[in-house]
Design a protein around this ligand. Structure first.
Ligand SMILES: Nc1ncnc2c1ncn2[C@@H]1O[C@H](COP(=O)(O)OP(=O)(O)OP(=O)(O)O)[C@@H](O)[C@H]1O
Ligand SMILES: [Mg+2]
Length: 360
C-alpha cells in the first residue's frame, strides 16, 4: 500500500527528518505512495541523484507528482535543512520574471521602490525548484544558463556580481527536446538542465499503484473532510483501476475527495459514475492526453458557467489552484466565448476566462 522508498541522506544534515533505524522510512516520504516497477525505477534514480548537487530535470504529464518528487529530492539531500524555494516560470508575467529570478536594486525600474532578493539568492545553500522551465522566455535563457554554469549573477539595476550555491531542480510538462529541435529552447541550456533527467510515468502506465493511492486518499482526505470509509466496493475499485486518468494523481485525489463528501454509511460511492453523470471530471473515451486535458477543462468551465474561482468554481472542481487553471487555459488557447456573458459573482472581471490574453 505504500512505497518502499527508503532513501536516507548520505550525511546527517541535522534536520531530524531521517531516522537512524535502517528499517524505517524517512518521515518526509510518507506521502509518496506506490511501489509499481515504473515508480520504483524513478525513485531509484531519485535516490542516486538526491545526495549530489547536480541539476535534475523532471518531466511528466500534469498531476504525475513532479512537485512532490522535487520536494523529495530536497528533503533527502544534505541541503534539507536549508531553504526549498519554488518559482513557476509560467505563472509570472514575462517582465517580472527576470527580477523574480535574480532580484533588483531600488530604482532599477519604475515601481522598484525597494531592493528585492531574487529566488536564486533566497535559495542560497538550498534548492531552487523552477517549475515549468520550458516557459522561460528566450531572452532570459542566456542569463539562466550563466547562473547554472558560473553560479553567479547580477541583480537588475546593479553591476555587482553575486555568487550563490544553489541546487536546481527544474520541471516541465513540455517536450523540451522537441522545443530545442524547433528552435524554441536553447540547446546549451537544455543540456545544462538535462544533467539528470527524471521521467514521471502517467498513472495509466502504473495502474497497479491505483488501489494503494485510493486507500491512501480515502484515509488521508477522509480525516480532512470528516468521513470514515469501511467499504470500497469491488466494482468501484475496478472502475478506478481501468480509467485512463488524464489528470493523473491530482485527478484521482480530487475525485476521491468528492466521493468522500458524498459518502453515506461508510461506503465509498463510485466517483467516476457521479462525474460521468455530471459530465465533468472524466474523459469519456481514451484520447491523447493533450486532447483530454483540453476537453476536461472546457467541459468543467462550461459546467460552472465559466466561473473559475470560488468553492464551486472550475479550479476547485478540477483540484487545481486558480492560477494554475488560468495558466492551463492560456496554454490550450481556451477563452470564454462571449464577453457579454454574465460576469462571475465571486471574482473581479480580470479573473474570468474571457479577459485572458491568448498565448502568442
Ligand atoms: N506518489 C504519490 N503519492 C501520493 N500523492 C501523490 C503522488 N504523486 C503525486 N501526488 C499528489 O498528487 C497531486 C499532484 O502532484 P504534483 O503537484 O506534484 O504534480 P505535478 O506533476 O507537479 O502537476 P502539474 O504539472 O499540474 O504542476 C499532489 O497533491 C500530490 O501530493
Ligand atoms: Mg507542478
Amino acid at each position: 500500500m505504500s512505497t518502499r522508498f527508503t532513501v536516507r541522506p548520505s550525511e546527517d544534515c541535522g534536520c531530524g527528518d531521517h531516522s537512524s533505524d535502517p528499517g524505517s522510512r524517512p518521515r518526509k516520504f510518507e506521502q509518496l505512495i506506490g511501489d509499481s516497477p515504473a515508480l520504483e525505477a524513478v525513485l531509484d534514480g531519485v535516490r542516486r541523484v538526491a545526495p549530489t548537487s547536480s541539476t535534475v530535470l523532471i518531466q511528466g504529464e500534469t498531476g504525475t507528482g513532479k512537485e512532490l518528487i522535487s520536494r523529495a529530492i530536497h528533503n533527502i539531500s544534505p541541503r534539507c535543512g536549508r531553504p526549498f524555494v519554488k518559482l513557476n516560470c509560467a505563472a509570472i508575467p514575462l517582465d517580472l520574471l527576470e527580477s523574480e529570478l535574480f532580484g533588483h536594486e531600488k530604482g532599477a525600474f519604475t515601481g522598484a521602490i525597494a531592493q528585492k532578493l531574487g529566488r536564486f539568492e533566497l535559495a542560497d545553500k538550498g534548492t531552487l525548484f523552477l517549475d515549468e522551465v520550458g516557459d522561460i522566455p528566450p531572452q532570459l535563457q542566456p542569463k539562466l544558463l550563466r547562473i547554472l554554469q558560473e553560479q553567479e549573477f547580477e541583480r537588475l539595476g546593479s553591476s555587482r556580481t553575486h555568487q550563490v550555491d544553489v541546487r536546481l531542480v527544474a520541471a516541465t510538462h513540455r517536450d523540451l527536446a522537441g522545443m530545442v529541435r524547433n528552435g524554441e529552447f536553447r540547446s546549451d541550456l537544455y543540456f545544462r538542465l538535462n544533467v539528470f533527467p527524471v521521467q514521471l510515468p502517467p498513472l495509466r502506465e502504473r495502474r497497479e499503484d491505483i488501489p494503494a493511492l485510493v486507500a491512501h486518499f480515502v484515509e488521508f482526505l477522509g480525516r480532512r473532510v470528516g468521513r470514515q470509509i469501511d467499504n470500497i466496493p469491488k466494482e468501484t475499485m475496478l472502475d478506478l483501476c481501468s480509467y485512463d486518468w488524464p489528470g493523473n494523481i491530482r485527478e484521482l485525489q480530487n475525485l476521491i475527495e468528492r466521493a468522500l463528501i458524498l459518502s453515506e454509511d461508510g461506503v465509498l460511492p463510485n466517483p467516476l459514475l457521479t462525474a460521468r453523470t455530471q459530465n465533468i471530471g472524466v474523459s469519456p473515451s481514451p484520447t491523447t492526453f493533450i486532447e483530454s486535458e483540453h476537453a476536461l477543462i472546457l467541459r468543467t468551465l462550461e459546467a460552472t458557467s465559466w466561473v473559475i474561482g470560488g468553492r464551486d468554481g472550475a479550479a476547485a472542481r478540477l483540484g487545481l489552484k486558480r492560477t494554475t487553471l488560468i495558466y492551463k487555459m492560456q496554454r490550450h488557447g481556451i477563452s470564454r466565448p462571449s464577453l457579454e456573458s454574465t460576469l462571475e459573482m465571486d471574482e473581479p472581471p480580470v479573473q474570468t476566462a474571457g479577459s485572458l490574453p491568448r498565448l502568442q
